[in-house]
Design a protein around this ligand. Structure first.
Ligand SMILES: *Cc1c(COP(=O)(O)O)cnc(C)c1O
Length: 231
C-alpha cells in the first residue's frame, strides 16, 4: 500500500475510534482530504484508494490542479480565504465553499454560479476563538448571516465551519468546537435546514468529533507535511 492510501486508512481508523468514544455512528462523519500544495498525482492516488472529496485553499493552484484532473468524479471544496473579485472560478469549479464570512461574497458566488450546475453548497465560517488574525464572522453574527445566505437563489447554506485557536493539548479545543455546535443547533432549532459542521483537522479531529463534527478536513495526516513556504 502507498503512503497516501495508508494515511487515508489511518484517518478512517481514527475517525471510527473517535465516533465510538462519542457514541456516534462512523457514517455520520465525512472525510475531506485537504490536498493544497500537493500535486494532482497525489489526488489521483487518494482517489484510487477510494477518496472522493478534496479541499483546496489557494485559487490559482486549485484551478491548475482541477484542470489536470478533469473527468475524475470528485467533489471539490474551497476552504481558503476568498477575494470578492475571485468568485467566478470558484462558483464554476467547486461543489462546496467553506469560507463564507460576508454577505457580499455569498451574493457574488450566487450570481456567478452557472445555471447548468446544481446550487453551490456553502458553509458560514465562524471565528470561535476570537483571534484578530482569523477569518470568519463573530459567533453572534453566524445565524443572521446564514439566514441571509439562505435567501440567495444559487447557494445552499449547509451549515458552519471553524478553524479554532490552536491549543497545546487538542482536547483543550473542545470548548471552541462546542461553541460552533451550539450555533448549529440554534440554527436547526430556528428551522434552518443545515446538516454540516466542518471542524477538525489532523491534530484535533478527535476533539471535533466528540463535539459533533460531521466533516473533518485532513491534510497532513493523509498527504504528509506541507512545504514550509506554505502560508
Ligand atoms: C490546511 C487546512 C486544513 C488541513 O490541516 P492539516 O493540519 O494538514 O490536517 C484544514 N482546514 C483548513 C481550512 C486548512 O486550510
Amino acid at each position: 500500500m502507498g503512503a497516501i492510501a495508508a494515511g487515508l486508512q489511518a484517518c478512517h481508523t481514527r475517525i471510527e475510534a473517535a465516533c465510538r468514544m462519542a457514541g456516534r455512528r462512523p457514517g455520520e462523519v465525512g472525510l475531506l482530504a485537504v490536498s493544497k500544495t500537493f500535486p494532482a498525482a497525489a489526488v489521483r492516488e487518494a482517489w484510487q484508494a477510494g477518496q472522493r472529496a478534496f479541499g483546496e485553499s489557494y485559487l490559482q493552484e486549485a484551478v491548475a490542479k482541477l484542470g489536470e484532473l478533469e473527468g475524475l468524479p470528485l467533489d471539490w471544496h474551497f476552504i481558503g480565504p476568498i477575494q470578492s473579485n475571485k468568485t467566478r472560478p470558484i462558483a464554476e469549479l467547486f461543489q462546496w465553499v467553506h469560507s463564507i464570512d460576508r454577505l457580499k461574497l455569498a451574493e457574488r458566488l450566487s450570481a456567478a454560479r452557472p445555471e447548468s450546475l446544481p446550487s453551490l453548497n456553502v458553509l458560514i465560517q465562524v471565528n470561535v476563538g476570537g483571534e484578530a488574525s482569523k477569518r470568519g464572522v463573530a459567533p453572534d453574527e453566524a445565524l443572521p448571516l446564514a439566514r441571509a445566505v439562505m435567501q440567495l437563489p444559487r447557494l445552499r447554506c449547509r451549515g458552519f465551519m471553524t478553524i479554532p485557536r490552536p491549543a497545546d493539548d487538542p482536547m483543550d479545543e473542545r470548548g471552541q468546537f462546542a461553541a460552533l455546535r451550539q450555533i448549529y443547533e440554534a440554527a436547526r432549532a430556528a428551522g434552518l435546514e443545515v446538516d454540516t459542521l466542518s471542524m477538525g483537522t489532523s491534530d484535533d479531529l478527535e476533539a471535533a468529533i466528540l463535539e459533533g463534527a460531521t466533516l473533518v478536513r485532513i491534510g497532513t495526516a493523509i498527504f504528509g507535511k506541507r512545504a514550509p513556504t506554505e502560508i
